[in-house]
Design a binder for this molecule. Structure first.
Ligand code: FPP
Length: 243
C-alpha cells in the first residue's frame, strides 16, 4: 500500500509496543522480541525517510522501564548501543540527525558515550531527525520544565505573568521540535503510557494490534493513509478549517 504523497505528517511519534509478547507467543526469550524490534526500527527509519516524514520520535525506553528485570534492561541497553554503533555510517550517508529526549545521564556510561558521539557526528544532518526517547517520561519532563521555569521566576529572569504555552514548550526536552502530528502505538494497547503528554494535545492517534516486530513499511503506509483521511480541526469547526 502506498499513501498519497500530499499531507504527510511532518512529525510521527511511535510507541513501539509488543516485542516481549511477540517473543513469548513464539516460546522465545523477551529479548529476542526486542532484537526483532531493532530490525523494525531500521526498516521504519528508512520508510519514514522514503515517505517524506521530517521527524521520527521513537519511544525506546521509558522512565518506568527501569523496573523491568535486570537482564532485560541490560539487554535493551546492549541493543541500543549496537544499534547506534552499527547505524552511524548509515545515518551519515542518509543525512539523518540523531537526537535524544529523556534523562540521558541515567543510561549506562558506555551507552551515553556512543549516544553523545552519534548526536555530535550527525548534528549538521537535515534530511530526517531521528529522535529517541530514552529514560523518558512525559510527567517527569513536565516536572523538570516546571522546576526550570520556577528557578527563572525565583532569580527574576522570568515573571510568572509572562509564562505561556510557548514558555513550557521551550523548557521541554522537545524544545525546538514541532509537536507530533501523528502518534502510532503498536501491540494492541490503546493508551499513551506517559509519552509526549504535553506535545500530543492535538496529535492524531493511531492504534494497531500489529506487534512492533511485525510493523513493516506497509503498516506505516496504512497509518499514514489513515492520518490523511482525518480532518484536523484544532478546536475549530469543519467549515472554518475547509470553508
Ligand atoms: C515496549 O515493551 C517496548 C520497549 C520497552 C522497548 C522498545 C525497544 C525496541 C523496539 C528496541 C530497541 C530500540 C532501539 C531504538 C535500538 P514490550 O514490547 O516489551 O511490551 P510487551 O511486553 O507488552 O510486549
Amino acid at each position: 500500500m502506498q499513501p498519497e504523497t500530499t499531507n504527510i505528517p511532518k512529525h510521527v511519534a511511535i510507541i513501539m509496543d509488543g516485542n516481549g509478547r511477540w517473543a513469548q507467543a513464539r516460546g522465545l526469550m523477551r529479548i529476542m522480541g526486542h532484537r526483532e524490534g531493532v530490525k523494525a526500527v531500521q526498516n521504519i527509519v528508512e520508510g519514514a525517510q522514503e515517505s517524506g516524514i521530517e521527524v521520527l520520535t521513537l519511544y525506546a525506553f521509558s522512565t518506568e522501564n527501569w523496573n523491568r528485570p535486570k537482564d532485560e534492561v541490560s539487554g535493551l541497553m546492549g541493543l541500543l548501543k549496537k544499534f547506534l554503533q552499527s547505524g552511524l555510517d548509515n545515518m551519515v550517508e542518509n543525512g539523518i540527525q540523531l537526537r535524544c529526549i529523556g534523562n540521558m545521564h541515567a543510561l549506562p556510561e558506555d551507552v551515553q558515550d556512543v549516544l553523545r558521539t552519534t548526536i555530535d557526528t550527525t548534528k549538521q544532518n537535515t534530511k530526517l531527525i531521528l529522535n529517541l526517547a530514552l529514560s523518558y517520561g512525559g510527567r517527569d519532563e513536565m516536572v523538570q520544565a516546571m522546576q526550570a521555569i520556577s528557578r527563572k521566576c525565583m532569580d527574576g529572569t522570568l515573571s510568572p505573568d509572562d509564562i505561556c504555552a510557548e514558555t513550557v514548550d521551550e523548557h521541554l526536552f522537545t524544545a525546538g521540535l514541532r509537536d507530533p502530528d501523528l502518534v502510532i502505538r503498536t501491540g494492541g494497547e490503546e493508551r499513551l503510557s506517559n509519552f509526549l503528554l504535553w506535545q500530543s494535545s492535538y496529535s492524531e492517534i493511531y492504534f494497531t494490534k500489529v506487534p512492533w516486530p511485525e510493523f513493516t513499511k506497509n503498516e506505516l503506509h496504512k497509518a499514514l493513509a489513515d492520518f490523511q483521511k482525518r480532518q484536523r480541526r484544532f478546536g475549530k469547526t469543519g467549515e472554518q478549517v475547509h470553508p
